[in-house]
Design a protein around this ligand. Structure first.
Ligand code: ARG
Length: 566
């Protein structure tokens, strides 16, 4: 039963508004005293030429005090509040979750539509560091949520595998390293010579010229230069892959910047044909002053192409390959202008699908000072960061539950999970300060807290040898305040997933999980489960299994594992 839809149908009889529009306006008040659902009447005030309070009162009169699944319908100020028949409501929710289990919350809203998500997309001359964390975990969460909603999803790792930094790296490699050394040392060896390059360049600026000539050789298709370049990219990608595996992430496309090398002339020509290019200091630009933005650089003075040009070529490629319904780009907010500029250029070129492209900017991550000393220079590698998280969780396990089976796997799942959850626990755009204390706090609003709650539910079920069949459940045993509040939070889980995906805000889902976990723990604290009377015990066990299933699904969507024991 869809309660919002029931309300829409009731109201649909008395107001001129499409049913689905009414349904979308129905709210779920945070305060239970204001009803389980509420319809705000402000919206109708203008059309009906009446104060919202009067409209609410009039509707309450027309509909009647109790209808079908609603025990009470009351006007309160500008709202029309609906109080559900609790047993029927509980039965509906529990039956649905028990029936759908892992699929509870899935939808078919996305069927037949493709969403491209460009995320992570690191520049591959260096190791994966914490600057890449947010794009990677936000993009991956959106990817999973869209998939869950039925969309065809394409995860794109648009790796930064071209540009002047490769000239430097190839030069450094040929000068101070060898294939044997790279085979032995891998990315560490490449980092060593890359750092050395910058040190040497300080002393001898002529090195820039040498690095530049390697880049020119690459651009001209010189086999030796390209072989070095490919070797470097392969090593960097292999190293990143380890981190992606730890996060349970894989991509559908690895078309990076270099893939577009030979696809840019077409873009430049089209811009020229459409009279959008202007010359400025030898470079070709699109003037965006009229649109209150700085010029968009398309072609460098020396003919080299630029970041926006590549992005435009890649957007055409994606549109053609996937015919996307939406195409998302997850990067930090310092790139907002870049996206606004080249989106505008695509618009000026006359493509109306530009409105289906969305830049999702996120804020910066910083560390509480001394949180993790950087071992290799001043960047913190994600691998080290995750290792540290797992190490700290292991210390907690050893202190609290030393005989836990599978300790290593649990420490990994909870440690890495804590970092991921922390990154997804606030609106994307906010700058965040990472603190080990708060991210790893088992009693805080954290990944470990949700995982621990899941394990607690698992342990109750294990002791009871699983939940009984839902068919014989006395649902009136779940209408007390604590159980009812918990069940309401389970009921809104599907809407939260949809909202999180549609607003590009995974934190809407992480907050919902925290809410469910808190409601469950409150219930668990105040009510016996295993030792209560049979009909109550059975009902509560069913509810516990629903909590466990929903937490597990939600954690998985955010990219966290849900260990059975912690
Ligand atoms: N490689 C870029 C960086 O590390 C991010 C790429 C984002 N995606 C894009 N299509 N521009 O900053």
């Amino acid at each position: 039963m869809n309660y919002k839809n029931e309300i829409a149908k009731l109201l649909g009889n008395i107001i001129e508004m499409p049913i689905d529009e009414i349904e979308l306006s129905v709210e779920t008040p945070a305060n239970a005293a204001m009803g389980d659902f509420a319809f705000p009447c402000h919206k109708l005030s203008k059309a009906m030429r009446k104060a919202p309070n009067m409209i609410a009162a009039e509707f309450a009169d027309k509909i009647g005090v109790s209808v079908n699944c609603f025990e009470r319908i009351e006007a309160a100020g500008p709202y029309l509040n609906f109080f559900v028949n609790k047993s029927a409501y509980v039965a509906n929710v529990i039956n649905e979750i028990c029936e759908k289990r892992d699929n509870y919350g899935t939808r078919d809203v996305g069927i037949g539509k493709t969403v491209c998500i460009d995320y992570s997309s690191p520049n591959v001359t260096h190791e994966f560091h914490i600057g890449h964390l947010y794009s990677t975990v936000i993009g991956a969460a959106l990817y999973r949520m869209y998939k869950f909603l039925g969309y065809n999803t394409v995860g794109i790792n648009y790796i930064g595998d071209w540009g002047s930094q490769f000239g430097k790296l190839v030069y450094a490699f040929t000068e101070w390293s060898s294939l044997e050394q790279v085979e032995l040392g891998g990315l560490d060896e490449l980092t060593r010579v890359y750092v050395k390059y910058h040190v040497e360049e300080e002393k001898n600026p002529e090195l820039k010229q040498s690095a530049r000539s390697w880049l020119v050789r690459m651009e001209q298709g010189d086999e030796t230069a390209l072989a070095h370049w490919r070797m470097i990219c392969d090593i960097c990608l292999a190293s990143m892959d380890k981190t992606y595996k730890r996060l349970g992430i894989s991509f559908d496309s690895y078309r990076g910047e270099s893939y577009y090398n030979d696809k840019m002339t077409a873009v430049v020509n089209e811009l020229q044909d459409k009279k959008l290019l202007t010359e400025s200091d030898g470079a070709q630009i699109v003037d965006l002053t009229e649109h209150k933005m700085p010029v968009c650089l398309i072609l460098r003075g020396d003919g080299g192409t630029l970041y926006p040009t590549r992005d435009i070529a890649a957007a055409f490629d994606r549109k053609e390959m996937y015919g996307f319904h939406k195409s998302l780009y997850v990067t930090d907010s310092r790139q907002s202008l870049h996206f606004a500029q080249w989106f505008k250029v695509v618009e000026l070129m006359g493509y109306n699908w530009v409105q289906d492209m969305v830049h999702i900017p996120y804020g910066l991550m910083s560390l509480e000072s001394g949180a993790l000393s950087a071992r290799k220079g001043n960047v913190i590698h994600l691998e080290d960061f995750f290792n540290e998280a797992a190490r700290r969780i292991m210390a907690i396990i050893n202190e609290k539950n030393a005989s836990l089976p599978n300790k290593d796997a649990v420490a990994e799942a909870v440690g890495v999970g804590a970092v991921v959850f922390d990154a997804l626990n606030k609106t994307c755009i906010k700058d965040k300060v990472f603190s080990w204390e708060s991210a790893l706090n088992f009693d805080g609003e954290t990944g470990p807290y949700v995982q621990y709650t899941h394990a607690r539910a698992a342990s109750v079920l294990e002791k009871a040898a699983d939940a009984p069949d839902v068919a014989g459940i006395d649902f009136s045993a779940l209408t007390d305040e604590a159980a009812f509040t918990l069940i309401k939070s389970l009921a809104s889980f599907p809407d939260k997933i949809r909202e999180a995906a549609e607003k590009y805000e995974p934190f809407i889902l992480s907050r919902a999980l925290i809410g469910i976990a808190q409601n469950f723990n409150k219930f668990y604290h105040d009510n016996p489960i295993l030792t209560s009377e049979a009909h109550v015990r059975n009902a509560r066990l069913c509810m516990v299994r629903c909590v466990k299933d929903v937490l597990k699904t939600g954690l998985a969507l955010l990219g966290l594992k849900a260990p059975e024991k912690m």
